[in-house]
Every structure is written in structure tokens, then in C-alpha cells.
Design a protein around this ligand. Structure first.
Ligand SMILES: [Zn+2]
Length: 118
């Protein structure tokens, strides 16, 4: 795998910045409801179960967004120490095509596949 060129690095960094802004917007929209979307009021047990499910989904969505933001921030931090684009496991180049699809990727395709097989 070829190391990233200066232009490619700039392009990927811009993609990460845009992704982070997008995630922040999504998370802000999620939090607008301030707390859980469904409040526990006087409800039947069946309603309570539904409410709990909706709340769980909302929490899950937020956790997913937060996890993605963490991954993007981590990737951005790697630009500072020059390790961006290198696999965290084996140290090989992750490759531009893969990074273009997933700029926050921390593993090369080989290590990622190995991880998912476990
Ligand atoms: Zn690797």
C-alpha cells in the first residue's frame, strides 16, 4: 500500500472535519429534547414497555453518535503526531481508498477483517 500524499492527507482531514461537524449537529438535535423523549407519566404497563423501548433506542442512537465522534476525534489527533493513515495493529499503510470510504478507520483491511472474525 502506498503512503498517503500531502493532497490526500488534506482531503481526508477535510472529510473528518466535515464528519465531526455533521455528528455534532446530529447529537445536538438528539439532545434538543433535553432528557428522554418519552416521559414516564400515568401509563399502562404496556405503554411503559413501549416508552422504555423508545428511550432505549434514543440512548442507543446517542451512544452511537458519541462513539463515532470519538473515533473521528481520535483520527484527527493522529494528524498531529503523524500517525494518521497507519494501521494501529500492524503499522502498515491503511490505504487511500479505504480511508476515503472511512476516514476514521484505525486499522488496515487485513487487521479489521481479523478483528471481525474473532
Ligand atoms: Zn493492519
Amino acid at each position: 500500500m502506498e503512503p498517503l500524499t500531502e493532497n490526500q492527507l488534506v482531503q481526508l482531514r477535510q472529510a473528518l472535519d466535515a464528519r465531526l461537524a455533521q455528528l455534532e449537529e446530529q447529537l445536538a438535535a438528539e439532545l434538543v429534547t433535553d432528557g428522554l423523549p418519552v416521559q414516564e407519566v400515568e401509563t399502562s404497563p404496556a405503554d411503559k414497555a413501549t416508552n422504555r423501548l423508545l428511550n432505549d433506542l434514543a440512548i442507543e442512537a446517542r451512544e452511537h453518535l458519541t462513539a463515532q465522534m470519538t473515533a473521528v476525534r481520535k483520527a484527527l489527533a493522529k494528524f498531529d503526531d503523524g500517525s494518521y493513515g497507519l494501521c494501529e495493529q500492524c503499522g502498515n499503510d491503511i490505504g487511500f481508498a479505504r480511508l476515503l470510504a472511512r476516514p476514521e478507520a484505525g486499522l488496515c483491511i487485513t487487521c479489521q477483517a481479523r478483528l471481525e472474525k474473532r
